[in-house]
Write a protein that binds this ligand. Structure first.
Ligand SMILES: NC(=O)c1ccc[n+]([C@@H]2O[C@H](COP(=O)([O-])OP(=O)(O)OC[C@H]3O[C@@H](n4cnc5c(N)ncnc54)[C@H](OP(=O)(O)O)[C@@H]3O)[C@@H](O)[C@H]2O)c1
Length: 393
């Protein structure tokens, strides 16, 4: 009989395999599988990627062949019992003679959750659920949010000084062109160091889309690309909130999409001249008009998220400026934060704060960040935490 420690080690391996799906599995979950024979030797492994079609447990079964009979499957997520893009994995596991299944968590999709385990148990397979559950839940939190609500998991990311400033005061408007020609030109140099900035690309790599406000584009002329160097199935969708379609044709966003024809810049506006819309679309920018809300007639954030859900975006990272950050917090759409801090103090009433707008009037109304994880990047550090449970209602 394998010990709990041995089970955990093999589940860790399954989780590692599942992580190979980052950038590749969305909009489906990350799944890794390990099969051991009757003696506890690893005889097959598999990792799911959307393009590879086959599920992790099927790949592991294929690698194991006849050695799977009487063996154990270690997997981070419940095997599915329904016909999807592939036949039910439970049938294949039963047919192969798998004796025991050790899984970290049930499928978060309420329509199918528990059915895979039921089917396996009904066929006499020993099923154990819940080992390394917390790690498994964190890994598939975006899938959970998306499959239960049809909208992406929203992470608010920002880099700031210790006193909560995301940029120095904006330059004198009379000395500024519509679009800065070089990234960071008007906002001064980078806030955080190289290690933290490299980590931002890891975070971008884990996301399906990134969102910024038009004033950030005008100020910094950013690329907003995933430069982690790792493979991804779909390009990172670069989403811009731009009510009146001010996005400059000569911005780096437009230049790159026009050059590379990646179809990965999507602008949400609330009103636009046909001419500017046509100019942008001709260069490969996607423009969508959404209902406007508020006194400034800006695209409604919940509507933006619903639209992104329709586009199979399971997770969105907001890298907005102060206005977008404030709007997202006020709208209650933020699931988690990833806040990088550099040991610097900018001070000054004119410097740009993390979140603009009215904010929360009382300490009792402040957004509460829970389940904190602290990260260190050289002299910089980051706080990762949750404003709400991705698995909640
Ligand atoms: N340190 C960091 O991590 C970081 C990250 C990003 C930006 N920044 C800095 O932030 C500064 C820009 O911040 P900002 O507050 O001026 O602008 P912002 O948040 O980047 O953009 C705000 C603009 O987006 C447009 N918008 C459209 N729909 C919106 C909606 N539903 N909610 C909110 N905004 C919407 C509005 O312009 P329209 O009404 O014209 O549509 C609004 O003025 C820059 O200096 C930049 O360097 C820092």
């Amino acid at each position: 009989m394998p010990t709990h420690a041995a089970d955990d080690e093999l589940l860790h391996r399954a989780l590692e395999l599942a992580r190979q799906g980052i950038g590749l599995a969305s909009p489906n979950p990350y799944v890794g599988a390990v099969i051991t024979d009757t003696q506890g030797n690893v005889v097959g492994t598999g990792a799911y990627t959307y393009a590879g079609v086959k599920h992790a447990e099927i790949l592991a079964l294929e690698a194991a062949g006849a050695k799977a009979r009487g063996g154990t499957l270690y997997i981070n997520l419940e095997p599915h019992a329904h016909q999807g893009r592939t036949p039910p994995c439970t049938d294949a596991l039963i047919a192969a003679g798998i004796h025991r299944v050790v899984a970290s968590m049930p499928d978060p999709n309420p329509k199918v959750s528990g059915r895979g385990f039921e089917k396996l148990r009904a066929a006499g397979v020993h099923v154990e659920v819940g080992r390394l559950e917390e790690q498994a839940r964190r890994l598939n939190e975006a899938f959970a949010r998306y499959i239960r609500h049809g909208t992406p998991l929203v992470t608010l990311k920002s880099a700031m000084t210790l006193d909560g400033k995301i940029a120095p005061p904006p330059p004198d408007a009379t000395k500024r062109s519509d679009c800065a020609v070089a990234e960071g030109k008007f906002s001064g140099n980078w806030i955080t160091g190289e290690a933290a900035r490299a980590h931002v690309h890891e975070l971008r790599h884990q996301h399906d889309a990134i969102l910024a406000g038009i004033r950030t584009i005008l100020a910094d002329n950013p690329l907003l690309t995933d430069r982690s160097g790792r493979p991804r199935r779909r390009p990172l969708l670069r989403v811009i909130l731009d009510s009146r379609l001010r996005l400059p044709l000569e911005s780096r966003l437009v230049e790159t999409v026009a050059r590379d024809r990646t179809n990965d810049v999507l602008v949400f506006c609330s009103s636009a001249t046909e001419r500017k819309k046509a100019q942008l679309e001709q260069l490969g920018v996607r423009v969508e008009i959404l209902p406007a809300t508020g006194p400034d007639s800006r695209p409604d954030l919940p509507a933006v998220l619903r639209r992104l859900g329709q586009l199979e975006i399971t997770c969105l990272m907001i890298e907005g400026g102060a206005t977008v950050n404030g709007t997202a917090l006020a709208a209650g759409v933020v699931d988690k934060v990833f806040l990088y801090y550099a040991p610097k103090i900018l001070g000054g009433a004119g410097s740009i704060p993390f979140a603009a707008g009215a904010g929360f009037g009382h300490m009792s109304q402040a957004a509460q960040v829970r389940h904190l994880h602290l990260h260190r990047f050289g002299e910089d550090f980051a706080v990762e935490g949750y404003l709400r449970d991705p698995y909640g209602e």
